[in-house]
Design a binder for this molecule. Structure first.
Ligand code: PGA
Length: 245
């Protein structure tokens, strides 16, 4: 375990160990706040952690009383679409873990800007978020807060960076179908979580993780703002942690 000020980095041998470690940390937070508010992320990285959480549920852990808020959703997209984050969450998280008080930005909203305002308000009204699960994009994004000239504070309907569209193309049969826009919470909501659990896996994330934790705090690397958060736990596998000093 390495301590970087307010950031604890736990290095796990591989993806499986990272997933188990992260699941144990998350489950302990839910045990401490069984009806708390928790922030969820999609993507490839947390999939293993969600599988591990289902195993913990089978052994008696109870996730049914928590309220969940996801970071983001493609726009426009219907929740029945297998590429939507609503679908991902239902299949991999909400149903297997028995969660019913769930929230995601609505990819079918007629007015995306109004939806972002309403979602951010709902999040604020829910009270303190005990823990926010995060991944990091290879370009440093958190949620869909893409590299920019300024930090994007509030929830917004955003164009995705070309690097994100390229990274997501692996998940689509046809590159033309990769969404170009999304609804995302802003940096403010992420930073308001009491604790952040950042999962990072693979050699392809080593450079950006090192930049985020050890480089300048800059909107060019949105995750670098986490250096200012009071309580971040990073669980990285050896490959992703390779460039941390
Ligand atoms: P990934 O996405 O887990 O699929 O690499 C992470 C992210 O873009 O936040």
């Amino acid at each position: 375990m390495v301590m970087l000020r307010n950031i604890t980095v736990q290095v796990a041998d591989d993806y499986a160990a990272m997933s188990q470690r992260a699941a144990a940390i998350f489950a302990a937070e839910v045990k401490a706040a069984p009806a708390g508010v928790f922030g969820f992320a999609t993507g490839s990285t947390p999939e293993g952690m969600y599988v591990e959480l289902a195993k913990l549920r089978a052994r008696g852990a109870d996730f049914s009383q928590i309220t969940t808020f996801n970071l983001d959703e493609y726009y426009p997209i219907r929740p029945e679409d297998a590429q939507s984050y609503a679908y991902y969450m239902k299949q991999r998280v909400f149903d297997p873990l028995g969660m019913v008080k769930t929230n995601l930005p609505d990819g079918t909203a007629a007015d995306p800007a109004a939806e972002c305002l309403a979602y951010e308000q709902k999040l604020a009204d829910a009270g303190d978020m005990a823990m926010q699960i995060l991944g990091i994009g290879t370009n440093g994004h958190i949620g869909f807060n893409e590299p920019d000239e300024v930090f994007s504070c509030h929830a917004a309907h955003v164009p995705l960076a070309q690097s994100t569209i390229d990274a997501n193309a692996r998940l689509f049969d046809d590159a033309a179908l990769v969404p170009r826009h999304a609804l995302t919470v802003g940096i403010h909501s992420i930073m308001m979580a009491k604790k952040i659990l950042l999962l990072v896996s693979g050699a392809g994330k080593a450079d950006i993780l090192a930049a985020a934790l050890g480089g300048p705090i800059t909107p060019r690397v949105p995750a670098s703002i986490l250096q200012l958060h009071p309580c971040v736990t990073v669980v990285a596998d050896t490959a992703a942690a390779a460039k941390l000093r």
